[in-house]
Design a protein around this ligand. Sequence first.
Ligand SMILES: [Zn+2]
Length: 57
Amino acid sequence: MTTAHRLDCENEAADCRFIVQSEHEDEALELARTHMEDVHGQEYTDDELRHEHLETV
Ligand SMILES: [Zn+2]
């Protein structure tokens, strides 16, 4: 079974339906970081995203 790295933005912003899911952590982090910056104007480091926002499913 493969695992995926997932960020459900609805947990962070109630009105946002954005979901990142990728088998590759690097890719998930990249997409999540870009989304957070472009849409929410918030800058997160990879470490913050990895530890506080990304979940493994
Ligand atoms: Zn969002």
